[in-house]
Structure formats: C-alpha cells, structure tokens
Write a protein that binds this ligand. Structure first.
Ligand code: GN1
Ligand code: MG
Length: 362
C-alpha cells in the first residue's frame, strides 16, 4: 500500500499534500504529513516496528493513558498551546488508534509539534538543564499513575542481567562469525557486572519504588522551542513500569557525551562534568519532591549503567548480525558499542566527582 493511501486511513483535518521523510530513530520509521490547506495542521505518520514491539495494541493503550493523563495535568495548570506540549493520537476514520496494512505493518498518526528544535548532542548547559527538567517533569506528572495499570511494551527492557544473558547466548551462537573481533569488549563487560547491577539489585530488594517511566530519555526525545524552552517529551513507545534511574541514566548518557553515540574517534568521548551537573540539576528540580532518599543517593550509578547497557545491546546485535537496530554500515553496531563503553569508563573514572555533584544538588 502506498504511504499516501495509508495516511488517508486517518481522521486528519484539511488535505494531506505530501508524505515526507522525518526524523532518525533506530527502530520506527517516521514521516511528516504536510497539510495542503493553510491553517490546518501537519501530522506525524509512523510505522511501528512490529519485530521490536510485539504487542502494538498494548503499546497504543499505554500511550493513550499517558497522553490523556499529561494533557489533563497540563490543562489543570492552564498551560497555553497544549497541542505543542503533549502528543495526541489521531484515530483512523473507523475510530481505531492504529491501522494494520495488508502486509501486516502497523501504522499510527500523531499531532506534529510545529516549530520545534531537536538536538543530537548538548554543548550548552542551559539546554541540558532544560531537557532534564522536561524529562523529570514527565516522570513527576506520571507519579500518581499506578505502574500496574501500564503494560510492559518490551518485557525486561532495562534488566541488565537479562541483557547479559542475551549477550552470552549471542556469544555462544556467534551467528555472524564476529566473535574473534570483540574479545576485548567482552572481557570489559565481564569485569563490570557487579558495579553495573547496583540498581537492579536495589530494585529486586524493594529499596527503590517502581514508577511509570519513559525509558528512552535521550536528548533527541525532547523537543525545544526556538528560545530553547522545553516543549514536549516524545517517543512514548517504551513508557512502562521502571525505576527513575532509567530516565536519569539515559539522559546522562546522551546529554553529557562530548562525542556522538556512534563516534569512531574514541578520544572525543567524555562524560562532561559541567553538563552532568546541569542535567542533574534540571532533573532534580522537577523530581526532588517525589523522590525518596535512596533514589537520590543512588541516581549517580545510572549514569554509568546506561552507556554500559546500551553498549551491551549494540554488541549483542553486532554478534547477531544486526537484526535489531537500523545500521548505516557493517561495523555500525560495533562502533556504537565501543563508544558507549568508552563513555561508561569515563563516567566510572569520575564517579567520586559525580557523586559529590548529586549530593550537593539533593
Ligand atoms: C532505540 O528508536 P530509538 O532511536 O528511539 C532503542 C533505545 C536505545 C536507542 C539508542 C525500543 O531508540 O532503547 O536507547 O535506540 N529503543 C528500543 O540510541 O530498543
Ligand atoms: Mg525510542
């Protein structure tokens, strides 16, 4: 089915004139539906990756629950320009939240947040602060939503022990015959298991509460306006029960990295301490009141865990022959894994400094 025909299934206003490529996620495909009628809105059309998200029905139910909740909270505070501050599901003409095409692809349409700016990296502490305030605010707004009412769209998503057991299995299978080239990375992973499972251990002991978390708080999942004020948190596919550490950690991973997520030049990669402080400050400013003492005291470990767990996942996919992530070249997943491990190492070297920052801000 042509994309124009797919777009026509949805209850959009005006008349869609063009379906244009949009955005660069690693998982879903996104298109901008450009409206031909002036004064009528554009939309975002997305093909939800059904290999990654097995239960699209649950995913869309989660999304409706969360976006309705956030919209209500923002409306209570008389927030202006609501349609740029939260996502909205545009139903199909038959009233469903998604459309399945004859080939079995899953499609949905959302409002398009007009006039937004998106960053792939932060060099400005003011942006790190503001992005963190937005992600923290997102979790805080959901703090009165019961975690048991939200489904797990990807079971065990940030469960490190599970990710490590997947890596082990991929090592055993060596499906793409790449094992010989990643020995060093594997021994690094093995040497860090104890440190990196700190948060999972706290969770399993019940020392930190389960919340509804975003789980993919990377820098390009928060939209800014032209004055660098936060507009909207996007990419709600992985909103599910989790620990606040997950949202803090993925933010640290992406906002404080002085290099790229897939930087081939490892010396460009450091965890910037000024950006760390800015991010932690923004995040705590919007969550301080809802977090427990143990949560605040242990947040810092998430800043190491997230580069580490993403490195483990990229490395696993490399060994599997690149089945999960979209890649731009044959070694892309290995390059990503190495870059993430470098960031985790730099964070670990600065651990005492980072602990001091969080303590001061708490
Ligand atoms: C994936 O699709 P995207 O780019 O939003 C991944 C995240 C990783 C991220 C790495 C469902 O997110 O967990 O952090 O790549 N999403 C899923 O950049 O696996
Ligand atoms: Mg995502």
């Amino acid at each position: 089915m042509k994309r124009e025909e797919i777009a026509a299934q949805f209850a959009t206003a005006g008349s869609i004139q063009e379906v244009a490529d949009h955005g660069g996620g690693h998982i879903n495909d996104s298109y901008r539906l450009v409206n031909g009628i002036s004064g009528q809105p554009d939309y975002l059309l997305q093909r939800v990756n059904h290999y990654v998200f097995k239960d699209v029905d649950m995913l869309m139910r989660n999304m409706a629950l969360v976006t309705d909740h956030i919209r209500a909270r923002l409306a209570e505070q008389d927030t202006p320009d609501l349609d740029r501050k939260t996502l909205k599901i545009i139903p199909t003409r038959e009233g469903n939240s998604f459309f399945v095409d004859p080939e079995g692809n899953y499609w949905r349409v959302l409002n398009f947040i007009r006039d937004h700016v998106v960053y792939e990296s932060a060099s400005d502490p003011a942006i790190a602060y503001e992005g963190a305030r937005m992600f923290g605010g997102f979790t805080a707004m959901l703090s009165d939503l019961s975690a048991s009412g939200v489904g797990e769209t990807i079971p065990k998503f940030h469960n490190l022990r599970w990710r490590l057991s997947n890596l082990k299995e991929s090592i055993r299978n060596d499906r793409a015959q790449r094992l010989a080239s990643v020995r060093e990375e594997i021994s690094y992973v093995e040497s860090r298991v104890e440190l990196m499972t700190t948060i999972q251990d706290l969770g399993e002991k019940g020392a930190i509460p389960e919340r509804v978390t975003h789980n993919d708080t990377k820098i390009n999942n928060v939209l800014f306006d032209r004055n660098n004020r936060g507009l909207c948190v996007i990419d709600l596919d992985t909103v599910m029960p989790g620990f606040v550490h997950y949202d803090f950690g993925d933010g640290i991973r992406t906002f404080t990295n002085t290099g790229e997520e897939d930087d081939e030049e490892l010396d460009r990669i450091t965890m910037d301490v000024v950006l760390f402080e800015a991010f932690a400050s923004g995040f705590l400013d919007s969550t301080r009141e809802i977090l427990t003492g143990t949560e605040r005291e242990t947040l810092v470990y998430a800043g190491l865990l997230f580069p580490f767990i993403m490195g483990v996942r990229f490395l696993t996919d490399y060994l599997d022959g690149d089945r999960y992530y979209k890649i731009r070249h044959g070694e892309h997943n290995l390059v990503r894994a190495r870059a993430q491990f470098r960031l985790a190492q730099d964070g670990e070297a600065k651990l005492d400094l980072l602990k001091g920052i969080i303590k001061k801000l708490s």
